[in-house]
Design a protein around this ligand. Sequence first.
Ligand code: MG
Length: 513
Amino acid sequence: MNVGDREPLIRDPVVVKLVEVWRPVWALSYASSLLGWDARTYMPRKAAPERGVARAELSVLSRRLLLSREVKALLEVAEKRVELLNLYEAGVVRVLRREIDISEKLPEDFVYNFNKLVEEAASVWEQAKAKSDFKMFQPYLEKIVEMARKEAEYLGYEGHPYNALLDLYEEGLRIDDVDNMFNTIIPESKKVLEKVLSEGYYPQKHELERREYDKEKMREANVKILNLLGYPWERARMDVSAHPFTTKIGMYDVRITTWYPEIDGAPRDFKRSLYAVIHEFGHALYELQVDERLAMTPVASANSLGIHESQSRFWENIVGRSMEFTGLIKPILDETIGITKEYTVEELYKYFNIVTPSLIRVEADEVTYNMHIYLRYVIEKKLIEGSLSVSELPQVWNDMMEELLGVRPKNDREGVLQDVHWSLGSIGYFPTYSLGNVVSAQVKAALEKDLGELPDLISRGEEGIVEIKNWLREKIHKYGSTLKPRDIVKRATGEEYNPKYFVEYLYKKYVRR
Ligand code: MG
């Protein structure tokens, strides 16, 4: 392991011993991550049920080891000496305490039943979506909401039960934070959208969306763009999956995937493949830049969904969809897929930045994306507090879409059934996407205070990109999950979550006059 002869970060004897005793838990998650990655990339399709059982057994084993007397006893000793611990050691103690508390609060039979329910629900959801039939999924979602409410009761909360679910995905995140975020960004996003549509500089569609490209050449483009970004191939990979994702297997093994989605029987709209790569690169970079001395410890992985998404969004949107970055990658696209040759950098930039009110969240642009999240947040909160019943969902969804974006789904598939999350039991997850957008703009502002304007940095190519990466490593990435999400943001930007930077970013980029 190449950590040089630097002093170890975890050196308190009790915490060292604690990490050693906990290490089998890490090893199981290492194995399970690899199995999970394989399941979504190369595994033969028929292997799915068997693989599911294998991973479920590993997770039971892991829970048992985590809750073993040995780990808990050492953790208690470490907690008593917390004032002697450095930042990283205290981080280990905090992360393990949180994991153990959550595991202990949720009874084993509850976890088992919830997992069984969502396994069934996920496959029913798939069929219901294909048939665009919400009624089919409704009884399952009713049970999931009921279980999620129970989960909140088991976990405990202050104020609203939804706080317990938010905290599960983003440590310390509360309804007050989310309300404050949406109260600022939603009205402003509406205003920006109106301006964009009336000014007409950013198109609502572009002919390049329909242009067919060569998959192999696009792969070559993706590799070259990752090279430009300094993707370390000796520690990382890029493969293909049905939906793009990133997985950290270990400190020296981080993998991203992309896709080459087909429209009318051929790969078209190459930006979908390209921006999947840049987005996942942002996730991967976070994991790759964690201090290597934290390898194989409980803080080795960046565990906040919101901060993670801020990093992927930073690279995808703030860097990747800028005019300057478009200028950097145009030569790469010209010499690989070639269909970009007849367009100017500005024209390409417009294709990369189409803005249009749409029905589907995953296809939404920077201006409208958060409205999709806001809708889900409002619905989830009401479902959990019991002021909205599952049967009312399609109607409420469609009405809210119309109110927010002026478009109305024609059926459940392009409405309430579009996302997989609820079928997986993930209620309270969506707000982390918007938090990611908000934090990405806050990070941009802080970075510019130190390094100067981002467009200038990007224009300098590889050298400027290295400067950006170094800043992110020192301010955010190197800590892994040592710090609470809120504390990372405070440390990196000097402020609490502040949505005004996202609004400023939108205005600067999208309002031309
Ligand atoms: Mg992401």
